[in-house]
Ligand binder design. Sequence first.
Ligand SMILES: [Zn+2]
Length: 298
Amino acid sequence: MDYLALDIGGTKIKYGIIDHIGNIKESYSKDTNAFKGSYYLLNTIEKIINDYIKIKEIKGIGISTAGQVNNNTGEIIFATNAIPGWTGVPLKKIIQDKFQIPCYVDNDVNCVALGEMWVGSAKDKKDFVCLTLGTGIGGAIVINKEVYRGSKGIAGEFGHMTICKGGEKCTCGYNGCFERYASTAALTRRVENKLDGKEIFDKAKKGEKEYINILNEWSYDIALGLRNIIYIINPSFIVIGGGVSAQGEVLTRLITKHLDTITMPSFLEGLRIEVSQCGNNAGMLGAVYGIKMYKDNI
Ligand SMILES: [Zn+2]
């Protein structure tokens, strides 16, 4: 029997069928249309589930979503305006009451970490840190194969560490946050959004000096934030996710080059930095792994 996975982002909902060992049997995506509000989004989710259970027996439903999530209750603690009205929605309860199928709901970056731990880069790792680069920067801390949650379940918000006093204004209300400098959106802002991340990398790979410099400055800012994380956690493994992680070793080499010059050597000994292996599917995979990991609570 297979699992149904959904990964809800501000722009797209990815969904598909995953088997018990983490093979993705099929996957699709559709627009979230988040601006239409949480009722519309709930309807979309219920329709996806309904269409599957008509034709297939589903063992569990794993949902990865943008926003802060209580993974015990499956309630959205807080979501920004990327999904209006999502804050406070008891998603797991709504789905379980309606469909009588075990459901697990977790934050999207925690799900990326769980997915990588199940079948990706962090497969054999007990302790690691996960960083996702996108519109913002997300983070997850894994200790002894468990996501470290903090007192309210929202630990690992690396994107809002301050790396520049008095720096750029951030969506969180403060300024100088890590994600204002080191997210993929921050990279494309450096070229006034005339190119996307991949196009900037492509130009740098062709030897265009201007873009090599831009990538150098941007990856230095990634290293600055990682340096702080490394000093607090002393991890042996860091996995980098988000669309730009498709750049693979080109990206990790840029980051480690800077880390080597700004971090005490004792913290770098034995530290490996790799990109996500599950790519875009990490969130869906992690949501399903959550059902398996936390089945006693569901
Ligand atoms: Zn911020």
